[in-house]
Design a protein around this ligand. Structure first.
Ligand code: ATR
Length: 273
C-alpha cells in the first residue's frame, strides 16, 4: 500500500488516521496512514526519512505547521499566504507543501452548513496560527467585513495588515469591537479552550441570528461552544466538520478522489455525542 501519515507532537489524540482509513475504505484506495510522533528538533530528519523510504504524503499538525514550510521545495499560494503547511505531497523527489485548513473550514460553512457568507460580517477571536490559516479563504468569500479580535492587540494588528490586500480586515481587543451589533458569524480561533480557559469573549458580538463556530472540537461541548449557546446564538458548532473537510482536501490532493465527507462526519460525531 502507498504510505501516508500525520506528524505532530503530541499526536496520540489525532483523529486523522481514523478519518483517512474511512476515506480509503469508502473509495477503495490501497493505502496506509500512520500516526507519527515527532519532536520539533527531529522534524526535518523525520520528513526526509519518510520521503526516502517511499512515503507519498503527510499531514502536519501542531506544533510543526509553520516550521515545515521551510522543508518544502514548492508551496501553494494558500500555504504561502497562511505561512503554514498542513499537507505535504512527495512527488518526483520533490516536496510540495499545501494548506487545506482554510478551505476545509469554508467547505464546512458553505457546503455542509449552507451559510451565505458573501456580504456577511465575520468576527474571528484569536490571532495566532489558526487565524492565519483561515483568514485568506474567508476573505475570498467576500464578506462585508472581517474583524480579528485578540487579547494581544499587536498580533491582531499584524494579521490585519498581512491580509489587508485581500479584503476589509480590522483588528481590535476583545472588549473594543468596532460596533455593537451582533455578527453573522463568530469563529473561535484561540487556543484557550485547549488549556481549559474561558477568556472574556465579547458578549455583544452574539445575537439570536449569530452562528458561532469553535475551531476546537471535543467529545463534549467546548468552553466556547457552551458560552455561545448560553449567549443565545442561533447555532453553536464545533470544528468536527472542518476537521473532516480539511482531511478530504488532503486526500483528494494525494489520491485524486473526493471522499464522501458527510458519511464520515456522521460517524465521527455520532461517536462523539
Ligand atoms: P494557534 O496556532 O493555535 O493559533 P498560537 O499561535 O499560540 O496558537 O495562538 C493562540 C491564540 O489563542 C492567540 O490569539 C492567543 O492570544 P494572545 O495572542 O493574546 O496570546 C489566544 N489565547 C490563548 N490562550 C488565551 C487565553 N487564555 N485568553 C485569551 N486568548 C488566548
Amino acid at each position: 500500500p502507498d504510505r501516508y501519515g500525520v506528524m505532530g507532537y503530541p499526536i496520540s489524540h489525532s483523529r486523522s488516521p481514523v478519518i483517512h482509513r474511512l476515506f480509503a475504505l469508502q473509495s477503495g484506495q490501497h493505502m496506509q496512514y500512520e500516526l507519527l510522533q515527532v519532536a520539533p528538533d527531529k522534524l526535518e530528519s523525520a520528513v526526509q526519512q519518510f520521503q526516502r523510504t517511499g512515503g507519498r504524503g503527510l499531514n502536519i499538525t501542531v506544533p510543526h505547521k509553520s516550521e515545515v514550510a521551510r522543508l518544502a521545495d514548492e508551496l501553494s499560494d494558500r500555504a504561502r499566504i497562511a505561512g503554514a503547511v498542513n499537507t505535504l505531497i512527495f512527488q518526483d523527489e520533490k516536496i510540495f507543501g499545501d494548506n487545506t485548513d482554510g478551505i476545509g473550514l469554508v467547505r464546512d460553512l458553505t457546503t455542509n452548513l449552507q451559510l451565505e457568507l458573501r456580504g456577511a460580517r465575520i468576527l474571528i477571536l484569536g490571532a495566532g496560527g489558526a487565524t492565519r490559516g483561515i483568514a485568506g479563504p474567508l476573505l475570498d468569500l467576500q464578506p462585508r467585513s472581517l474583524v480579528i479580535a485578540n487579547r494581544t492587540l499587536a498580533k491582531a494588528e499584524a494579521l490585519a495588515t498581512h491580509f489587508s490586500s485581500y479584503g476589509s480586515v480590522t483588528a481590535c481587543r476583545f472588549n473594543d469591537l468596532p460596533d455593537n451589533e451582533p455578527y453573522d458569524l463568530v469563529i473561535n480561533a484561540t487556543s484557550a479552550g485547549f488549556k481549559g480557559e474561558n477568556p472574556p469573549y465579547p458578549e455583544s458580538a452574539v445575537g439570536s441570528a449569530t452562528v458561532c463556530y469553535d475551531l476546537s472540537y471535543g467529545l463534549t461541548a467546548t468552553p466556547f461552544s457552551q458560552w455561545a449557546a448560553a449567549q443565545g446564538a442561533a447555532r453553536s458548532l464545533m470544528g468536527w466538520g472542518m476537521l473532516v473537510e480539511q482531511a478530504a482536501e488532503s486526500f483528494q490532493l494525494w489520491r485524486g478522489v473526493r471522499p464522501d465527507t458527510i458519511t464520515v462526519l456522521n460517524q465521527m460525531t455520532i461517536n462523539a455525542s
